[in-house]
Write a protein that binds this ligand. Structure first.
Ligand code: MLT
Length: 187
């Protein structure tokens, strides 16, 4: 089961073809972010670009985790088999879920994420596969942010694979190939 989490201004349709490419046989769960910023759907509020409203993020992370749990009962899939696939804002709420409710995710592909917040306690992410994909020319997410997130996830035990390219805040074909290989290797 892939949990698809779109970026700011996207919706539940954006990542469907990506999900099918990554894992053709998998069921897809694709919610729309329920916060609107000037009409653009997102998964949590922010004060400005790159300045996240952490209280709102945490609350909506718990809500999303409950939604996954409810969906797993409704559609009869194991909540522990859910792999998050998030781009940008969607990657940030997926990273937040790894830090607050890791038991609802089997792993995560985080495309262009940042550090969602500095957690107060550690989590057991032992062996949890995480792919972090970042662009060195990303003007929205500075490279230091990706590096810090990778460090943070590793320090909690996650099995992090890094993928870097020289482009900006976008998903390239090469990144998709890399993510597909990562998915086949781990799941
Ligand atoms: C965020 O707000 O999650 C990040 O700034 C990424 C974005 O959505 O632009």
């Amino acid at each position: 089961m892939l949990l698809l989490l779109h970026g700011t201004g996207g919706d539940e349709n954006d990542l469907l073809s990506l999900g099918r490419m990554l894992s053709p046989g998998s069921a897809l769960l694709s919610p729309r972010g329920n916060v609107l910023e000037n009409g653009m759907p997102r998964f949590f509020r922010r004060f400005a670009e790159g300045i996240l409203d952490v209280d709102d993020l945490k609350q909506r992370t718990y809500e999303l985790a409950s939604f996954i749990q409810a969906a797993s009962e409704h559609y009869a899939f194991g909540a522990g088999n859910v792999i998050a696939v998030g781009f940008s804002n969607g990657a940030n709420i997926a990273a937040s879920m790894l830090l607050l409710r890791p038991q609802v995710l089997a792993g995560a592909y985080l495309s262009h994420p940042m550090v969602p917040f500095q957690p107060e306690s550690t989590q057991d992410l032992q062996q949890k596969p995480v792919l972090v994909a970042s662009g060195r020319a990303d003007v929205i997410i500075p490279t230091g942010q990706s590096e810090q997130l990778i460090e943070l996830l590793r320090s909690n035990g996650a099995d992090v694979q890094e993928y870097w390219n020289n482009v900006g805040h976008t998903i390239t074909h090469e990144e998709v190939r890399e993510a597909r290989a990562w998915m086949e290797k781990h799941f």
